[in-house]
Each structure stands twice: as C-alpha cells, then as structure tokens.
Design a binder for this molecule. Structure first.
Ligand code: IVH
Length: 680
C-alpha cells in the first residue's frame, strides 16, 4: 500500500514535470489549465497526507520559505566570463581572421545563437538534482539565488536522465522575462505602485533578486541554457552537441540555434535576425557566435575576461529622439488618472510611434518631464514605448513648466483625490512615494465607459459588436449606468442610435442574450474586481462553481485557496460587501444572467500519452481514431519508439506491433481502445 502511494506520487510528479516541460520549454501545452491544476492538487493532497514522501525536486516544492535578509555569496567553480562585442560584418570577419590564424589550417565550424537580453545564471546539478543557482556577480563570485531560481518553471529541479548525467553539472544560461510578462508587469506597476522597469532585462534582474521568492514566482521568468561550466564529465566534444545533450535532459535550449560552416554564413544569420527580432516573444540584443569544437576552443583559449572563441554581434539599441507635443490625462476603469505623452511621430523599430506611456505622476516627477521637451524613447518589449530620458539642455526656459497633478477630472471635471503611499522598493529598504490620482466621482462617464468596455471585452464576457462608438452613445445618453443596464437594452433603445443599422441592432441584442450564459470565470473577470484578472477568476470559478458561493466566501476561505493571497482575498471580499455592487449583480440575475459553471472540459484518460495506431481498423477511420486520441488528451505518432506509450493494433498489423512487443510497450485492440475512452 505504502509502495502504491509512493508510485502514485512519483507518477504524478513525472506527469507534471512533463507538462511543465511541454508548456514552459516546448511552448506546446497538452492540458487545459483545469486538467493541470487537477494533477497538481492531487499531488499536493497526497504529499500533505504523506509528508515523509516529499522530495526537494517535487513540482510542489518550487516556492517555499519566507523572505530572506540578503543573499549569500557563491564562488563559481569555473569563472563566468563575459563576451567581446562586434557591431558590424567587418568586425565579425576580423574575429574570424583571428580564429583562422590561431587554428592554423585546421577546419572549424561556428554555432550562432540569439543573445538573450536577460541575466546570466549558473545552475549547479549534483547527481541530477538542482542544488544551487548563482548570478554572475563579478564573474568569480555571485549571489546565491537558489530559492528564486527554483520558482522558474522552465528550470528543471531534476535532470531528465539523472542516471546518465555527470555527477556534477553546472549549466549556464540566461534568465529573461518574456515581452508579454514584461508588459503585464509594468501595466500592473503603473496602476498600483512602484515605478515601471525600463526594459525586460531590468525586470528580470529585479525579479530574480527579490528577497521574497514567493514574489519571484509571480513574475513569469523564463530561462534558456547556452553552455556548461564545471562538469565532472563532458557531455560531448562540441558545443552544438552539448546543447543537444542539455535538451535531452529537459533543459530549455533556444530553438533558433544554428551551425554555420563559415563566417559569411554566420553574417547572413546575424543580419536575418536583426531584421526579424521583433517577431520573437522575448527581447534579444544581438547574436552570439561560438567556435563549435571544444578542442578548437581550447587552442584559442581566453583572455581572462572573455573567451577568444566567442564573440557577440550587437544590434543597435531601439531608441529614438522626439518631442512631447502634449501630456494627456486618461481615466481608467478603476478611476485612476494616468498621464500619456503624445509625441511628434517618429520611426522606431519599424513602426511609427505617436504615444508613450508615462505610467503615473511620480514617473513624470522622476524624469522631470514637461510638455515640448525633447526626449529619448525606447521600445523595450512593450508595444507602447517609454520615455527613458529627458534632454533638459534642449528645453526652452520660456515655454516650459512642470506638469501639475490635475485638480479636476479631465472627463467630468469633478475634483480629484490624491493619495500618497509609501512603498518599500522591492528587495530594498529604501522607501518611495507612490502617488495615485483618482477621480472622486463614482459616476464619472469615463470610468463607466472603461468599465463597460472591459466588461464586454474579448478576455471577459466577449460580447460582440460593442465598439467604443456604441459605448460612448449608451453612456452619454444615460441608457447604461452600470453593466447590468446592458441587459435592459432592447431594439427600441438601440435602433435609434447614430450609425446603427437595423441588422446591427439585432446582432447586438442577440450577442447580449447569448452572453447571459457565458462561462462563470468570464463574468467574474468582467466585474473588474481589483487584483482579479482572468487567471484568478478561473481559479475562483473552479473553487466556488457559482457567483452566489463566491459572494458568500469569507476572507479566510478565500485566502486558503492556492494562488489567492491576502491582498486578492481582501479585495474580493470587499467588492462583494459594497451595496452598489450587490445591487448590480442582483439586477443582472433578475435580467436572466446565469453564468455557466466550469465543467471538465475534456476527458483526459489519454493525457500525455503518445499512441501509435497500426493495422486495419473496423469501427474507426484513421482520421476518426486520431481525433479520438486527441480529444482524450493523447498524441499520435506514426512510428514506434521508446517514447511510445501504447499501440492500438487492428487486423493484419505488421512490424510496428512486433517492435512494440519487443520494447515492452502496451498493446491494445481496437475494442479495448473504445472501452478505454468510454470509461472516462
Ligand atoms: S555565452 C563565455 N550565449 O550575454 C561565454 N551568452 O554580454 C558565456 N548571453 O554574460 C556566455 N545570450 O549573460 C552566451 N546565447 C548566449 C547568450 C549569452 C545572452 C549573455 C550572457 C553573457 C552576456 C555577455
């Protein structure tokens, strides 16, 4: 029995690790979030009941502990060197000239990689287990950031094939923040507190060096491995093959890594990425070119600071100079006033930029930004660039005056309320002021318009045909005073609106009608509860199954939910204690809004299984059985290998069935397959 539980736990861990790898490394998730959460919850429950079976590499052990006072130092077993830079093709050719000369007539190849714009990390695996993570520091000694690095899902806590891995293996690579996570983080910081990060690199470094690993865990950091440091045995005799070996151990290696036969091919690859770097989901600041063979690398040696077998090709920074024509203030759905810079249009990274985010008034003060200033803007992973520098010397003293915090709302002219909070700068003792400017009028039309636009938006209730022009009219004419009023709209109210064809009016009413049974999590998101985005709403919907249950939940109950912290719990609780919110929800219910609770989306009986079908089938066509496998969470493959989990055999099956038999893979008949999928 004890053995059974142990096996069950280990099986679940394997399964979760595999899905983490599929999701975070291969970017091809095979489970819905609910299916994944179910596996995780099952493992957590079993481990809680059997705490002696918890191992440090269990997926439940990524985030642990309390904030630390500071980081310890780690001396790197092998120095973490830096790379010399080049900026054009001729400098790359010069580098190649030096390599050629040092290697005499011996042939050599290059490996060309993306230069990921993050921060270097050294991960130490002993007997296949992650035991230590250190930043580069000065190259000799770095910070011990083990607890923080463990929270990054792309970093395996144990190597895939611990038995075949060298006893000691230090993996070197780059921790980075994907562009999307960076944009979300800065948006959140702009809305709620601290100053924005200037670029994804700073954001990654700031997030990794937080004293509280639980916060690091929320930052969606990612990782690519690009070399090894100390290893008790080499993985191979060349860099390229070593990267492949790291991949076999489930370490994420960038898929755009290429071998090149000579420097001209290297240059072509570099130029090509310079053009298409915007298509990537993460920021790169250049390319890294490495001599492939380890014996060639040894001959070339290092200068002490940087290896002579490696060079970077740096892209020019994505910055531009322009003029701030005006600073406009926008009102958001929470009533917070946010400044935005209207710029003299300028070309930057292939697009024309007309606006820059300023995030909040503290940011303007920090930069001392004024209208008509000449500024440097930088596109750093965000779609909207940021002002990173003000050219104060070019400022005309006659025209320029500091930006004042608005005393009235730009939309409804009500007085504003200014709150100043002291916030501890993340990971440091230094305190900073955080000023929030609010419109004091809860019925401000701009706030209402933003709320309605959010409610009907794609990530929320997903109600079609609700453009800004329609929302403007509905609010301005007083037809909609809250989102429950949307459900009192009818053709008589909508059809007379400007630019409204009869057919469109009908479509709008139909879309509203359809949304009455929209998924529960979408309605929860649409309410716009502070700190509750789509992901949290899904967790809440799964937990409570109805809006009524969620409304009745105590703070303690809310806090007990995995991934719901005290701040989120409090804002949910407070939201549902506000009489106005309760009245709106009641009004929606009366109007027939009955959201659909979550259901098991898809049977997962074949979750994560790779299945080969062979022979002639009776009750399925090939397409049908492939679809059935997919529908039940499995994957099909055309050839049998060690990675195959199951083979379905029909009549006259040949060599594939034989091979499966030899490899000891489970073989089932078509009938058994039908029973299996029906059993779930
Ligand atoms: S190799 C001795 N490969 O760039 C060579 N570095 O400017 C060790 N970086 O400190 C580094 N992508 O943090 C290498 N594909 C890549 C890289 C990469 C980003 C970073 C790394 C290094 C810095 C040097």
């Amino acid at each position: 029995m004890a053995e059974d539980i142990k096996n069950k736990i280990e099986g679940l861990r394997e399964e979760i690790r595999r899905h983490d790898h599929l999701y975070y490394v291969l970017s091809s998730p095979k489970l819905t979030d609910q299916q994944y959460d179910k596996l995780y919850a099952e493992l957590k429950k079993l481990e809680e009941a059997n705490p002696d079976l918890i191992t440090p590499d269990s997926p439940t052990q990524r985030v642990s502990g309390k904030p630390v006072e500071g980081f310890g130092n780690i001396r790197h077993a092998a120095a973490m060197l830096s790379i010399d830079n080049t900026y054009n093709a001729d400098e790359l050719r010069d580098f190649d000239g030096r390599v050629k000369k040092a290697l005499g007539d011996a042939p050599y190849k290059y490996v060309v990689e993306l230069k990921i714009d993050g921060l270097a990390i050294s991960l130490r695996y002993e007997k296949g287990l992650l035991v230590q993570a250190a930043t580069r520091g000065d190259g000799q000694t770095g910070d011990d950031v083990t607890s923080n690095a463990r929270t990054i899902k792309a970093i395996p806590l144990s190597l895939m094939d611990a038995a075949s891995a060298p006893e000691i293996l230090e993996v070197r690579g780059e921790i980075y923040m994907p562009k999307k996570s960076f944009a979300d983080l800065n948006k959140h910081r702009g809305e709620t507190g601290e100053p924005p990060f200037a670029n994804p690199r700073n954001a990654a470094a700031g997030s990794l060096k937080l004293l509280d690993a639980r916060v690091t865990a929320t930052r969606n950091l990612a990782f690519f491995a690009y070399s090894i440091g100390q290893a008790s045995a080499p993985l191979s005799d060349s860099h390229y093959k070593t990267l492949n070996a790291l991949k076999e151990h489930n370490l994420p290696v960038n898929g755009n890594t290429k071998q090149a036969k000579d420097i001209e091919q290297v240059i072509k690859i570099c130029k090509n990425w310079e053009k298409k770097k915007e298509t990537l989901g993460y920021q790169i600041d250049g390319m890294v070119v490495k001599v492939d063979g380890f014996s060639e690398q040894d001959i070339l040696g290092t200068t002490g600071r940087a290896p002579k077998w490696c060079i970077s090709y740096k892209f020019p920074a994505e910055q531009a100079e322009t003029i701030v024509e005006s600073i406009e203030v926008q009102v958001g759905k929470t009533g917070i006033l946010t400044p935005v810079a209207n710029l003299k249009p300028v070309k930057l990274a292939g697009t024309t930029v007309k606006r820059a985010s300023l995030h909040n008034f503290d940011q303007i003060k920090r930069l001392d930004l004024r209208e008509l200033d000449t500024v440097i803007i930088e596109k750093a992973g965000e779609i909207i660039p940021q002002v990173i520098e003000v050219k104060k010397k070019e400022r005309s003293l006659f025209e320029s005056k500091p930006v004042e915090i608005p005393t009235n709302c730009p939309s409804c002219d009500s007085p504003t309320v200014v709150t100043v909070n002291k916030r501890k700068k993340t990971g440091a003792d230094e305190e900073i002021d955080f000023t929030t400017v609010w419109c004091s009028n809860p019925n401000c039309n701009s706030i209402l318009k933003e709320r309605i636009a959010y409610f009907v938006g794609r990530g929320q209730m997903d109600i079609e045909n609700f453009g800004p022009a329609l929302i403007d009219q509905l609010v301005d004419k007083g037809l909609v005073k809250n989102f429950a009023d949307l459900y009192s709209l009818d053709l008589f109210k909508i059809a007379p609106l400007e630019r409204m064809a009869a057919k469109s009016a009908e479509n709008i009413i139909a879309a509203l009608e359809k949304s009455k049974t929209q998924d529960l999590w979408r309605l929860i998101t649409g309410l716009g509860i502070l700190n509750v985005g789509g992901q949290t709403a899904e967790i809440l919907a799964d937990e409570f199954m109805s809006l009524e249950n969620l409304m009745a939940a105590s703070v303690e109950k809310l806090e007990s939910i995995d991934q719901v912290g005290p701040i989120i719990a409090r804002s949910i609780y407070d939201y549902f204690r506000d009489p106005e919110n309760i009245a709106i929800i009641e009004q929606m219910r009366k109007a027939g809004v009955h959201p659909t609770p979550p259901v098991e989306k898809r049977s997962a009986v074949l979750a994560g299984k790779t299945i080969v079908v062979t022979g002639t089938l009776e009750s399925f066509t090939r397409t049908e059985i492939q679809q059935a496998i997919k529908d039940n969470g499995g994957k099909t493959s055309s050839s049998v290998s060690k990675k195959t989990d199951m083979v379905v055999v029909g009549a006259n099956a040949g060599s594939k069935a034989e091979k499966a038999h030899k490899l000891g893979i489970e073989i089932i008949s078509e009938e058994e397959f039908s029973e299996l999928i029906a059993s779930d």
